[in-house]
Design a protein around this ligand. Structure first.
Ligand code: HEM
Length: 372
């Protein structure tokens, strides 16, 4: 069994539960009360439930990011991309700039905020970005996590809901969830939990996908030149950026670890056995560099169009598979094609580093570039 198959098994096999009641060490009281992640893994939401409860929580989110709604977002994504590129063009020639904070992060943040109907005016969008980053910081103390995830994030979202009710807003993901709550399908805590997962999942990961793809292309100029040439040729149905995006997802998974699952019985994985009650993380970046699953060329090589590209599992597998995959792909494709059109001489100003200190997110803190 390859490590890729092992990871897929853990994510899709019903013997691995997301329900914390199946975690032996937790049930025995062995997890220290000041473990910062406790607050997150004990939370109730999409990523901590199984079966019928999970399906009930997932349905409204899945509906809101259906392929039809995602396609309808295309003009909005293009407009935000162009606005950000225009702002970047104002950076004085020769000055180093951070492509993460100036482009890769605000793009998916704006898109997810549009999907959620977060007003453009005011500071709420920026506040949600700060709260997401704080929630994903694995170096935070237990008090900081409790303050962010337990207090400030829910309070901000409840204020948003109140504001939207007062404005009579309809037809966005927040109000879909609120309607489900008003009809008794979801509790208030479940609405908040869904919003938090969608906000964090909806922009941190996509921002890293864009950064990894840009890094891959800038460190492989021939690959970038070939993609641009194909774009210019414009052959029907040929989308070079889609291959780049798939390979970036494989080469540098935007998720560092897919969060805890607990074995409900002893499960054999190849020659190993995960014992009943044990907790398992799925380390996607390592899995997607597995030389048995991605043999040719070597998995360390960034090679868009590789024959085994579609075998990556960056969006997960099974009932929790990412419902935002098509949105993330569309955003990244639009971002790349327009970025290199606007700045054909873009180059890295330094090797991107350091990485974000997060158990869940695989990304850089900065992507320093010269726009050219
Ligand atoms: C490159 C971008 C993205 C990556 C790599 C990614 C990755 C993932 C992965 C691996 C999971 C599965 C977690 C598990 O099995 O425990 C997941 C779940 C999820 N993602 Fe994404 N995601 C991305 C973008 C998005 C976007 C754009 C949205 C929303 C608009 C989103 C919303 C969600 C939600 C709500 C879940 C929970 C699904 C469930 O538990 O049923 N993600 N994502």
């Amino acid at each position: 069994m390859t490590t890729r198959e092992a990871g897929a098994l853990v994510m899709s096999d019903a013997r691995f539960s997301k329900d914390i009641r199946n975690w032996g060490a937790h049930a025995r009281g062995e997890i220290p009360a000041d473990w910062p992640l406790l607050f997150i893994v004990e939370g109730k939401g999409l990523l901590t439930t199984d079966g019928q409860t999970h399906r009930r929580l997932r349905l409204p989110v899945q509906r809101a990011i259906s392929p039809r709604r995602v396609q309808a977002l295309r003009p909005r994504i293009e407009a935000v991309t162009d606005r950000l590129l225009t702002e970047l063009a104002a950076v004085p020639a020769g000055r180093e700039t951070d492509l993460l904070s100036g482009f890769a992060l605000p793009l998916p943040l704006e898109v997810i905020c549009s999907l959620l109907g977060v007003p453009e005016e005011g500071a709420l969008r920026e506040e949600l970005r700060e709260l997401s980053a704080a929630a994903m910081n694995s170096e935070a103390s237990v008090e900081e996590v409790q303050d962010t995830v337990g207090q400030r994030f829910p309070a901000t979202l409840l204020a948003l809901i109140g504001q939207k009710r007062a404005r009579g807003d309809r037809d966005d993901l927040t109000m879909d969830l609120v309607t489900a709550m008003d009809e008794g399908e979801l509790s208030e805590a479940e609405v908040i939990g869904n919003l938090v997962v969608t906000i964090i999942g909806g922009h941190e990961t996509t921002a890293n996908l864009i950064c990894h793809a840009v890094t891959g292309l800038l460190t492989h100029p021939d690959t970038l030149a070939a993609a641009r040439k194909r774009q210019e040729a414009g052959a029907d149905g040929d989308n070079p950026w889609s291959e780049v995006v798939e390979e970036a997802l494989r080469w540098e998974s935007p998720s560092r670890n897919v969060m805890f699952r607990y074995a409900t019985e002893d499960v054999a994985i190849g020659e190993d056995v995960v014992r009943e009650g044990e907790a398992v993380l799925v380390p996607l970046p390592a899995i997607q560099r597995c030389p048995h699953a991605f043999p040719d060329p070597s998995p360390d090589v960034f090679a868009p169009g590789r024959a085994d590209a579609s075998r990556h599992i960056a969006f997960g597998v099974g009932p929790h598979r990412c419902p935002g995959a098509s949105l993330a792909r569309l955003e990244a494709e639009i971002a790349l094609s327009r970025l290199f059109d606007a700045f054909p001489h873009l180059r890295l100003a330094a090797t991107p580093a350091p990485r974000v200190p997060s158990l869940g997110i695989n990304g850089y803190q900065k992507l320093p570039v010269h726009l050219g």
